[in-house]
Write a protein that binds this ligand. Structure first.
Ligand code: PMP
Length: 358
């Protein structure tokens, strides 16, 4: 069986070798039982969680003064957990708006505190990140929240904002796609279903000294402290999703770690942007200096051809290229598990489609 190339924004493509290992271990992960059938308090499962954390610490070089948590509720639950846990008596939080996901984080935070949008790319139709010297940061904010990669709008920061307050990053769509310096951040969070594993589990990396004073009203399953105190085994976790994440971390390590992931991300995205830029038929809505290496939105000259493009792409084994429902057009998501051949096949198809319809 040949599998198609899957450009979904998430849940997204997983490494084939990981899926095969899952398949091989489905009936007998340990003592004749599937991982899904075992207690999360069993020795085997707890050992797996410890290996998973150790692998991630190694991949991202996470310092000891940071806790690594695996939680539920997706990145969307983090939109609430961040203010609930990090305000710590402060009433102000700053947010950068570079796309749909930033905006959702802002709307949720407004339920808890005085939110200031320090720069707002919606004013330029989210086509670039506004210049750093135009941002109106507050030195007394509890934290600054930003989205290093906007999955829908296809905007990515190439460097880390240098600011005087704790920095919070929603890395849902670009975690593990380049080396990072964890100490630049107070907190990093990411849903698993793009670069780490199946949906249902969310990674949080948080400086330990920030978790001890959640708002009194914080539900117990949303207080970071409760999870950091017990290796994230506060209640029954999504055991299967956690196990797959561990296999993906092993795969990333075997590929050469996040530095290798970065090289691949650059190769993939360069191929696709070159194809777009060398044609009059396709266009990218994002300025070159803000373009995402991971999620590449593009449009056809004539949107009446969109449906034909998608149908023909699918026949060629190129799946899930439809743009987000809020922006239309196309979007190719190029996560770590997308082979380079997948992008080559997409570019070949795009050139051929242009020849026939341009
Ligand atoms: N933030 C970003 C950057 C995302 O891409 C997504 C999902 N596409 C979310 C947040 C929301 O994630 P979830 O559906 O896991 O809550």
């Amino acid at each position: 069986m040949t599998r198609p190339f899957n450009f979904s924004a998430g849940p997204a493509v997983l490494p084939e070798s990981v899926l095969k290992q899952v398949q091989a271990e489905m009936l007998d992960w340990h003592q004749g039982m599937s991982v899904m059938e075992m207690s999360h308090r069993s020795k085997a499962f707890v050992a797996m969680t410890e290996q998973c954390e150790a692998l991630l610490r190694e991949l991202l070089n996470i310092p000891d003064d940071y806790a690594v948590l695996f939680m539920q509720g997706g990145a969307t639950a983090q939109f609430s957990m961040v203010p609930m846990n990090l305000l710590r008596g402060n009433t102000k939080a700053d947010y950068i708006n570079t796309g749909i996901w930033s905006k959702k984080a802002i709307q949720e935070a407004e339920r808890y505190c005085d939110v200031k949008v320090v720069t707002d790319a919606s004013k330029n139709q989210y086509n670039h990140i506004p210049e750093r010297d135009s941002w109106t940061l507050r030195d007394d904010a509890a934290y600054l929240h930003y989205t290093p990669n906007e999955t829908v709008n296809g905007i990515e920061f190439s460097d880390v904002p240098k600011v005087n307050v704790p920095l919070v990053a929603d890395m849902s769509s670009n975690i593990l796609s380049r080396p990072i310096n964890v100490s630049d951040y107070a907190l990093i969070y990411a849903g698993a279903q793009k670069n780490m594993g199946p949906s249902g589990i969310t990674l949080v990396i948080v400086r330990k000294d920030l978790v001890d004073a959640p708002l009194d009203s914080t539900p117990s399953t949303m207080a970071y402290k409760n999870f950091s105190d017990c290796g994230s085994l506060y209640n029954t976790p999504p055991t299967f999703a956690w196990y797959v994440c561990k296999l993906v971390f092993e795969w990333v390590k075997a590929q050469g770690g996040v530095a290798a992931m970065e090289q691949m991300a650059e190769k993939r995205s360069r191929l696709l942007y070159d194809t777009i830029d060398n044609s009059d038929f396709y266009s990218s809505p994002v300025h070159p200096n803000s373009r995402s290496r991971i999620n590449v939105p593009f449009s056809l000259k004539d949107s009446a051809l969109d449906k034909t493009f998608l149908a023909e792409a699918e026949k060629q084994g190129l799946h899930q290229l439809e743009g987000h429902r809020s922006v239309g057009g196309m979007r190719a998501s190029l996560y770590n598990a997308m082979p380079l051949e997948g992008v080559q096949a997409l570019c070949d198809f795009m050139r051929d489609f242009e020849r026939r319809n341009g």
